[in-house]
Design a protein. Structure first.
Length: 565
């Protein structure tokens, strides 16, 4: 896999370099990618994947894939499988280092008991609402729970009952005993274990209690001897708890480093909200080509190399910022231009009859597959008396400097002959039914001896050989530049409920049309990249119910981002 080096070192590399100079971790670099298996990965995760694996590669280190599976009510094997597939597709390999937080549940339980014995944890019978009220506010200190002073013996006994399923969900929780007056709200006696009587995708019904993410995450990092625990900025306020737990437990301590998460315009990054899109059938699944998921982008035809280049190109920052989605599309377009095969597909057809071409005659033309790739060779394209062109490639009364076809005018058919419009056949309502044209016999592409100069070239397909196909053209899934902002307002300026973001879904995010393609596409494999000449980049999807070919639009030819920059 070829990857561009960073032009300048990012701040994480500077930290690693300093750690290596001081032999902090014996010159080791061991990172991890720790997804929660409660949804499909999205483009934001792709940035984190690229960062963790690329850092390890640069420093001859290792990267673990670890599933932080501490909430059985939201996790599923389907998500585990999809995460594996996405990481491999992006081009990364965790070798034999696949782990799960659930691998360490026994150790975590014993470590929680150690905290109780040290007087650093207690069982609280307060409800979730009561605990929240006790925490106070950022400017008002919290209050100790009425169960704060329980004895070690009582806490050990209650914690064991929690584990054995003798207590009901919500009746109590194990909290760390830290500081209810801490200016950091996270440190105000956080819950570290709760009762959940749910079947876990790996441990089944063995456990009735599950560790909270903050407790499990740092311990998993420590057990795996991770050196640099890289996460996004929202975890910065959690770092004191990360360190406090490892110090109190006397464990090996990785260094947590936070970087800015990826924010893309017109894109939603919340897994909860993406799940809502799926469950409400607003989209056709996690891999809907409109979704920002890696599987959705793969189905839409985004090359893995383009996503890697994008992830490296946006850089690693310490502050959140908004990246234009056009930059991602620019990288996709740059990669597809190199690899996509060129084909001709007519979207809005009008028929041309070549009047001086013999009835029943047929030629096989050989047209280049990709001008950017000399090794790609040529494809066979049939040429016949009856052709289809785009209706907007003809104008009966053209404006000045119109370089397509018009009455009495010449134009070149891509890879074929020069033709001249000789006349029209019209319907009773005055609309054009057919264009009558003649072809210049000695003007075949690559062999042109006609001496006729033409300024325009248009694409076409042979009418009797044309394949009917379905094309899905995509627009932005959301109408708002930043759909992840605070909940949208209604007409009275009132904030709506958390799921009201669905109002921001673009009702015209997909448009399906029938097109006519050259026969070269008859057996086009699913996922293979094609450039529909003068239209855009497309990939075959599944076949429709009537057996037609189906193509998903990957990206348009227009490069809006590059024009602005």
């Amino acid at each position: 896999m070829s990857e561009k080096e960073y032009i300048a070192k990012n701040f994480i590399e500077e930290i690693i370099d300093h750690d290596n100079e001081t032999h902090k971790y014996d010159n080791r670099v061991h990172t991890r990618f720790p997804p929660e298996p409660n949804g499909y990965l999205h483009i934001g995760h792709a940035k984190s994947i690229c960062l963790n694996f690329s850092l390890a590669k640069k420093y001859q280190g290792k990267t673990n894939l670890r599933f932080d599976d501490t909430n059985p009510t939201t996790e599923d094997v389907e998500y585990v499988d999809s995460i594996r597939n996405d990481i491999r597709w992006l081009g990364f390999d965790w070798e034999d280092r696949e782990f799960y937080s659930s691998d360490y549940f026994d150790q975590m339980y014993e470590m929680a008991r150690q905290l109780i014995i040290k007087g650093k944890a207690y069982v609280d019978d307060s409800s979730a609402a009561e605990m929240a009220d006790m925490k106070g506010t950022p400017t008002i200190p919290g209050k100790n729970s009425p169960y704060y002073s329980r004895s070690v013996e009582e806490n050990i006994s209650l914690f064991e009952k929690m584990k054995n399923g003798e207590l009901e969900e919500g009746s109590c929780a194990l909290r760390a005993r830290i500081d209810m007056a801490s200016p950091n709200m996270i440190m105000r006696d956080p819950v570290i274990y709760r009762i959940k009587k749910a079947t876990h995708h790996r441990t089944g019904d063995t456990w009735n209690i599950y560790p909270m993410y903050d407790f499990a995450h740092c311990i998993s990092d420590s057990i795996e001897k991770i050196t640099h625990s890289i996460c996004t900025l929202e975890f910065e306020v959690h770092r004191p708890l990360y360190d406090w737990l490892l110090i109190e437990l006397g464990l090996y301590r990785p260094q947590q480093i936070e970087f800015a998460r990826l924010n893309l315009t017109y894109t939603m990054m919340s897994k909860r909200k993406l799940l809502k899109l799926v469950e409400s059938k607003t989209v056709a699944g996690w891999d809907d080509p409109r979704m920002p998921t890696i599987s959705g982008m793969r189905r839409r035809g985004y090359p893995a190399a383009a996503i890697r280049e994008f992830a490296h190109g946006v850089g690693i920052a310490k502050r959140d910022n908004m990246i234009e989605v056009e930059l991602l599309e620019y990288h996709v377009r740059e990669e597809l231009n190199k690899i996509a095969e060129r084909v001709m597909v007519v979207f809005d057809p009008i028929e041309i009859e070549i009047t001086n071409y013999a009835d029943g005659k047929e030629e096989t033309l050989h047209i280049e597959i990709n001008p950017e790739d000399e090794q790609a060779g040529k494809r066979e394209v049939p040429f016949t008396k009856h052709l289809l062109i785009e209706s907007d490639d003809f104008m009966e009364v053209p404006p000045p400097k119109y370089f397509r076809l018009s009455p009495g005018g010449y134009v070149r058919l891509k890879g074929a002959y020069i033709i001249k419009c000789e006349g029209l056949e019209k319907n009773s309502d005055g609309s054009i039914r057919k264009i009558l044209a003649s072809y210049v016999e000695n003007s075949r592409s690559g062999e042109d001896q006609s001496g006729i100069k033409v300024s325009g070239t248009i694409h076409w397909v042979s009418a009797p050989h044309a394949l009917r196909a379905e094309v899905r053209n995509y627009n932005r899934l959301f109408t708002q530049l930043n759909p992840s902002e605070s909940n949208p307002l209604d007409g009275n300026g009132e904030t709506n409920d958390a799921d009201d973001f669905l109002r921001l879904v673009n009702p015209e995010s997909v448009k399906t049309i029938q097109v006519y393609a050259e026969p070269y596409l008859k057996n086009a494999p699913v996922g293979k990249a094609y450039q529909f000449i003068r239209k855009g980049y497309y990939v075959p999807d599944t076949t429709s119910s009537d057996g037609q070919l189906v193509f998903n639009q990957t990206v348009a030819l227009k490069d809006a981002w590059k024009k602005k920059n």
